[in-house]
Design a protein around this ligand. Structure first.
Ligand SMILES: NC(=O)c1ccc[n+]([C@@H]2O[C@H](COP(=O)([O-])OP(=O)(O)OC[C@H]3O[C@@H](n4cnc5c(N)ncnc54)[C@H](OP(=O)(O)O)[C@@H]3O)[C@@H](O)[C@H]2O)c1
Length: 252
């Protein structure tokens, strides 16, 4: 059974991945969609045809979800052709103004869950399969007022690079995708809407196009995908210039 596993599939970018994933890697038999909100997962499921869907309501901030997931893999022993780690959240505000609970939640979901789920899944992946780790343009340089979020995404991008090198001999592709601002629930949940003039001025990308472009690039074995020329340029600047200088502009 060839399957695709997608976290954060209940809304936004993850749902857009779910709508397009079934044709990946020569065609998938089943998609496993992971998020907390069951009814939202079922709403996404309703829009998918030609492929079985399994909705897994898991709270990835809770380590107990890792054991549930591990056991499921052990029982099903699937041939995982695609893993998309998309679940994530980002709170706006100075470090000390964000509650310790919210700072921890970003680390728990963006870093710990992504790392553990990827590690548990790789043994079920073979040549020609792909892993997409959803990072952010915030990974390119520290982003004051989203300091913890940008740090978590720097981790994701670094993990993707290292994993890509480690898994290349086994023919497993690893892609880091760096979306720019997208109009999704992320903006409301992170209290970004209406609270950052800098963020509001940034160009937006379309989640459907980001998902489509990521799946295509992962199949081709590419390592990085940054939508929009503006942010490709920003990425180059962040490589060339000292981050102490970049932070005059990256603050949101
Ligand atoms: N939107 C942007 O401007 C932007 C920019 C750059 C990068 N990104 C990245 O893109 C990814 C997708 O975000 P989005 O914009 O599509 O936002 P979104 O619509 O809020 O989607 C976030 C997804 O993560 C899931 N999630 C959050 N906490 C979870 C938890 N504890 N357990 C399980 N699932 C959890 C949510 O599902 P439930 O709530 O149902 O659990 C939802 O499906 C994230 O990694 C984000 O960092 C977003």
């Amino acid at each position: 059974m060839k399957i695709g596993i997608l976290t954060g599939a209940s809304s936004g970018l993850g749902a857009e991945f779910a709508y397009r994933a079934k044709d990946c890697a020569g065609g998938l038999d089943e998609l496993w969609l992971i998020a907390r909100r069951t009814e939202k997962l079922h709403a996404v499921e309703q829009k998918i045809s030609g492929c079985r869907v399994r909705c897994l309501s898991l709270d990835l901030a809770d380590p107990a979800s890792f054991e549930t997931y591990r056991l499921l893999l052990e029982v099903e022993r699937p041939d995982v052709r695609l893993l998309v780690d998309c679940a994530g959240l980002g709170f706006l505000g100075n470090f000390e103004d964000i509650s310790a609970q919210n700072n921890a939640a970003m680390c728990d979901v963006n870093i710990r869950a992504l790392t553990v789920l990827t590690a548990l899944t790789i043994p079920y992946m073979t040549r020609g399969s792909g892993i997409i780790l959803v990072s952010s343009i915030a990974s390119f340089a520290p982003t004051p007022r989203m300091t913890v979020y940008s740090s978590t995404k720097a981790y994701v991008s670094s993990l993707a690079k290292g994993l890509r090198a480690e898994l290349a001999p086994r023919g497993i592709h690893v892609l880091a995708v760096n979306p720019c601002p997208m109009n999704t629930e992320f903006l409301e949940i992170g209290k970004i809407t209406g609270n950052s003039r800098a963020f509001a001025r940034l160009p937006r990308c379309n989640p459907a196009q980001v998902a489509e472009g990521s799946l295509r690039r992962c199949e081709k074995g590419r390592g990085q995908y940054t939508p929009l020329l503006f942010f490709k340029f920003y990425r180059v600047l962040c490589k060339l210039l000292p981050h102490n200088f970049i932070m005059h502009f990256s603050k949101v």
